[in-house]
Design a protein around this ligand. Structure first.
Ligand code: NAP
Length: 288
């Protein structure tokens, strides 16, 4: 199995590279924007023809949700055109694609977890381009796997966990939205699930949801980060605010809890609770 991991310097991509390195019979090659810009169709084609992979795991994306509102074209290029550049060669070059998508394709109006058949209705540019990337992929390479996830964090990159820890260390007043509900997802756990899907005895195309178990608001998540890191006084001082009081360029869905029944049943995956995985992440950060 020779796998191309795009976005290999990102949160998920770097976890996948580390995991693939210890799995026998898996050879993983990583690329990121500095080595292969996926929006450059001729470069992508030349690279894929030369290197020949059995699988492409597409972790590359434009993920700056607020900046995307201004940089629509760049966001669309990375989240739609780049996907097309890979997907149009899948059949001819005989590789499978596992693509990562997002809970932000939903409008958040549901009151129970979204399953894979729920109707997408993105509220912001990022979500809209990710949804169009899904549609483009399934049009060009219908045998692909799409894993939708949400609220991704890792030990090694800039993300919500690092931001909250830094604010806690600086003892700064912290206001965090309490009326957006989802599930934090530890990139290392998602990487394990991706590997399980890739190495399953049979390729099972389709859309799957994956996040950690449980639900939380961003406020709950922030408090848990500080508590887990031993900053109890700072955790108690976090101020819950509404989205209306904490406006951002991109509108975010209020509720994006994902139903993971399908991936658990299909691949026999058991998923850790987000609080357990947060403890692993904080422990890993303390080691770094
Ligand atoms: N982060 C989240 O909370 C979240 C939630 C739900 C779903 N997802 C999805 O999960 C996947 C992985 O997310 P992540 O958090 O690991 O993302 P990430 O940390 O932002 O990593 C994405 C990587 O892709 C690279 N990239 C961007 N444009 C590219 C291009 N044109 N060609 C090649 N590489 C390019 C980025 O480079 P630069 O950093 O230089 O741009 C970055 O290294 C993405 O599909 C994302 O949409 C993420």
């Amino acid at each position: 199995m020779r796998i191309l991991i795009t976005g290999c310097k990102g949160q998920l991509g770097s976890e996948l590279m580390a995991l693939a390195a210890v799995i026998p019979k898996v050879e993983a090659i990583g690329v990121d924007i500095d080595s292969l810009d996926l929006t450059d169709s001729s470069e992508v084609e030349a690279f894929l023809r030369r290197e020949r992979f059995t699988h492409v795991v597409n972790c590359a994306a434009y993920t700056a949700v607020d900046r995307a509102e201004e940089q629509k074209a760049q966001c669309a290029a990375a989240n739609i055109a780049a996907v097309e550049n890979i997907a149009r060669l899948a059949d001819e070059l005989d590789f499978r694609i596992l693509h990562i998508s997002t809970d932000y394709i939903f409008d958040g109006m549901a009151c129970r977890p979204y399953d894979e058949s729920a109707k997408p209705n993105p509220l912001n540019v990022y979500g809209s381009t990710k949804r169009r990337g899904e549609t483009a992929l399934l049009g060009l390479a219908p045998e692909s796997v799409i894993i939708r996830t949400g609220w991704l964090y890792s030990a090694g990159n800039n993300n919500f966990v690092h931001t909250i820890l830094e604010r806690g260390r600086q003892d700064k007043r912290l206001e965090v939205v309490v009326d957006q509900t989802g599930t934090p997802t530890y990139a290392a756990d998602l990487a394990q699930a991706v590997m399980t899907v890739l190495t399953a005895p049979a390729w099972m195309p389709g859309i799957y949801n994956y996040s950690n178990e449980g639900i939380a608001s961003w406020y709950d998540f922030a408090v848990a980060i500080l508590e887990t890191a031993g900053m109890h006084r700072q955790a108690e001082a976090v101020v819950p605010v509404s989205s209306a009081d904490y406006t951002t360029p991109a509108v975010r869905p209020a509720y994006t809890v994902l139903d993971k029944s399908k991936i658990k049943a299909t691949f026999g995956i058991s998923i850790p609770h987000w609080q357990a995985s947060l403890r692993k992440c904080i422990a890993a950060i303390n080691i770094i």
